[in-house]
Write a protein that binds this ligand. Structure first.
Ligand code: NDP
Length: 332
């Protein structure tokens, strides 16, 4: 029997809370799922969804046993897919990895070749996972604002959940593109970190958690929201006439207690961002942009690295709001 190391999520005994358990264990090659490309994984990362899956705080996992981890950078070991051959360096984000398909916290994965993106030429596998799904989603948010026509001259752009993975990368990208960035955070003690990434102003989270008015004073030309709920509702009511908010997250909640006022009286647009099933052409564009529009020194400054064995503890810290920036998981 041939095995490899992996963080495996199993159902816990009936009535236990949480209802699942994650542990580092050996996984039998014979139990890998169908796919036309086998990848030797070098690095993965910890994203918010990984935190939910590994701690069992939300029902992210749809099949048991499941190898956790929604993204990886690795090298093709074998392939029957026409686009890929042994030795190719690849990246995978989403497509159900770590949810319905055995995931990335493992030395090996078997996946569909159609899900893979070539590792951008100027990024190392470690860099690609420092960016990870969080960073690639931040890029998708910025690209959506650009498609809406938002430009630096329009006024400041706000980023919520600023010290988190998506927030940190969004700030760095927007600053590099010449935007004036305001960072909304519940951790004012991280002001220096946020300024280092390019934030011009720090906004206390409390300014966006009060009662939501249909329309409030116009503050921002656009926004990237990773929080949802009351924060997003307030942000919409504070967005300037004709502005847009790219919404990708729910760190503060799944609800959205807003009214139609910002949409019908100020022409504000809410742009939905999904990274998991994003079409492959959009992914390639986003990764290409990440090569040029994200400062590598800032990426390094927001990134820490852990071994596979520390994934459960890091997932717990991330959900407790104790982590900041990006966490890379070294596997190979
Ligand atoms: P992180 O945990 O790294 O960051 C989340 C940040 O949100 C925290 O650092 C904190 O920032 C803020 N936050 C946490 N709890 C609350 C709260 N209760 N109320 C308000 N703010 C809060 O997660 P990621 O950056 O990886 O992901 C952010 C969100 O984006 C998640 O909801 C995730 O599911 C979503 N996401 C969605 C994707 C998609 O395809 N749509 C892809 C990737 C992520 P601070 O302390 O600075 O306020």
């Amino acid at each position: 029997m041939s095995t490899f190391k992996a963080i495996v999520i199993e159902k816990a005994e009936e009535g236990a809370k949480p209802a699942t358990r994650a542990a580092l264990t050996s996984f039998d090659d014979a139990n890998l799922m169908d796919g036309d490309v086998t990848v030797r994984i070098g690095y993965s990362t910890i994203n918010y969804k990984d935190g939910l899956a590994v701690t069992g705080k939300a029902p992210v996992v749809r099949r048991f046993p499941m190898i956790a981890g929604i993204d990886f950078a690795g090298t093709v070991e074998s392939s029957t897919h026409p686009d890929w051959k042994a030795g190719d360096a690849v990246v995978l984000n989403g497509f159900g990895l770590g949810e319905t398909h055995l995931g990335a916290y493992a030395e090996k994965a078997r996946v569909k070749g159609d899900w893979l993106v070539r590792l951008p030429a100027t990024l190392s596998p470690h860099d690609a996972m420092a960016i990870g799904t969080a960073g690639y989603t931040a890029m998708l948010c910025v690209m959506a604002l650009e498609r809406h026509g938002v430009k630096p001259a329009d006024g400041p752009v706000v980023v919520t959940g600023a010290t988190g993975g998506v927030g940190s990368v969004a700030i760095a990208i927007l600053a590099k593109l010449g935007f004036t960035v305001h960072a909304v955070t519940g951790r004012p003690q991280e002001a220096n970190y946020l300024k280092l990434l390019g934030a011009a102003e720090i906004v206390a989270r409390e300014e966006l958690t009060g009662a939501v008015r249909p329309l409030a004073k116009e503050r921002w030309a656009a926004g990237v929201d990773t929080v949802g709920s009351t924060v997003l509702a307030n942000l919409l009511s504070m967005t300037r006439y004709g502005g847009a908010v790219a919404a990708c997250g729910l760190a503060g909640g799944m609800d959205l207690p807003t009214s139609v006022a910002p949409f019908i009286l100020r022409g504000v647009c809410l742009l939905g961002i999904d990274s998991v099933m994003a079409p492959i052409a959009l992914r390639r564009d986003a990764w290409k942009r990440l090569e040029t529009d994200l400062d590598r020194a800032k990426l390094a400054a927001m990134t820490t690295e852990i071994p596979l064995s520390e994934v459960p503890d890091a997932a717990r810290r991330l959900l407790a709001g104790e982590a900041k920036g990006r966490i890379v998981v070294k596997i190979g």
